[in-house]
Design a protein around this ligand. Sequence first.
Ligand code: HEM
Length: 586
Amino acid sequence: MPHGRHTCVTTRAPRLSRVGRVASMHKSRVANTFHFATVLTSSPFCSITFGFVLFAMSIVSTAPLHFRAVNLDANLTFVLIVAATLYIVLPFFFRKNIVDKNGNSIPPGPLLRLPSLPDYPERTLHAWAQKFGSLYSFFIGNQLYIVISDANVARELLVNNGAIFSSRKQYFIKNQTILRGRAISASPYGETWRQHRKVAAQLLTPKAIQGYNDVLDYEARIMIRSMYKESMQGALPINPAHYTGRYTLNNMLTLAFATRTDSSSDPLIQRILAMALEFNDLTGPFANLVDFIEPLQWLPNRTHARAEKLHSEFIEVYGAMIMAVKARMDAGEDVPHCLAKVLIEGQQQEKLDWEDMCMLSAAFAIGGVHSTSGIIQWFLALIGKHPDIQARAHHELDAVVGRDRWPVAEDEKDLPFIRAIIKEVLRVHAPFWNATPHSSTEDFVYNGMYIPKGSALILNCFTLHHNEARYSDPHAFNPDRYLGDEMSCAESAHQSNAMERDHWSFGAGRRICPGINVAERILFLAISRLLWAFTIHEVPTEPISLEEYEGTSGRTPMPYRVHMLPRHERVHTALEAEQEIANCEL
Ligand code: HEM
């Protein structure tokens, strides 16, 4: 009945006659409720349940008298409604302090929960690292992220406690929809991951790489020759992305399927590169709201539809390529050692299903194409801005290799400045600023801070790479900092003193990039030869941005053009040697 509430107010009002007192009571009740709600917020589900109880109570208080068990006043009704609303709503906006049985809290971090991180998430993560320290936490939706911004902490958690911190969060878009928990990268830590990683590693050991050194060498030659020809011997500026993409794609096609694309206009190149770009775009660790708000996953949405389509495309394209290798084997061809052959031969023994095989093959194109291509593009973008560094590299190449031949893999150990340039590009422009988040499979306490099972751990490479205690003047592009470092990136990653590791671009611990050795070889052949052949200049009217980039998981520079001027007469001779190229053809 309508005057139930009214009666309540009129009968009680005289005793609370002063408006100020009523207001201050409201205020303090609201404040208490707020405090109560913040302290008690557990999961949003619990909050919703508890919130409904409060709502029910407030409804009871406003219900017709004969339905009420208790006759509550209007103020209390108001407080209950506010409390219920806050209790339901707050957990979606505020962090929750999780504490273990010994009272250890999760690492500090921002108060608000976020729906996602803004573009260029490394900037936000870096700013928070300055504020909250080397180990902090934040929430996206209901997912707790733990951010590691210090080399020693990274080693202690990801390496020394690798048995706990080596799984993967099952992102709805990336891991559940596109990769279906496979492709090594998406697999949870366990026997299947170990077995798949072992299969891929057979192709990626330093010894295995020696087996296709000629092919990598050949592809580097083709890349540089195409750049030389299509820039009209340096007369026109070019956008290097197309050539670097084809170079790294052909390398991966060789490793995975013992095949390559003959022409830069081959539609397969465009298709695979487009799929890899789509993958980069869809799978940033903080990119998709639907990853963090479960109810959204039950509704049809565009991101999910794109992810489903990409999954089907992976099966179609990589499945067809595996079948092509099988057809060659069935026809009696002695197919060179490659991933597809290993998969076909080991399918029974390794208990691989068709999706395993397709996704394992996709892993090479996903992990190995845009990453290496991006580093070569970052190198070309940077080097034109540093003519002094470029001149020193030219000097080293002239002194060690000379102009009668160009550098080969065996020269790497004698070219410390070129090696230093490559490490410095990897430091200042890591393709994955946040690596690929690991996730924890057990509760853990580090330095009194609680890391609950199921946390996602981010290796904050941007902050690690700009730590002044490790890299003086960290924002400067200064290859000299790596002179005297004779280790490969893989060797450096295993050093016991984490502060001496060269950089963290390949990740850390048991999930460290298995392509690290082949990536280094691919980068050395490309970058040493680009420097041997050309002087690289920025186009004066087209300044290149080093701040912006494309992609949410992997990052490549925004499209740009550079001038690449042949450095000496021998460049023409080396690049015009058609005969030599024909002889190398697969
Ligand atoms: C410059 C080149 C490259 C960079 C910077 C790079 C970086 C990374 C990073 C940061 C991770 C995640 C590591 C972690 O979770 O701690 C990773 C994983 C991975 N990378 Fe690379 N990568 C590169 C090239 C390659 C190449 C050439 C291949 C293939 C031949 C490859 C295949 C993979 C695979 C399969 C994984 C997943 C490993 C796992 O989850 O166990 N990557 N890479």
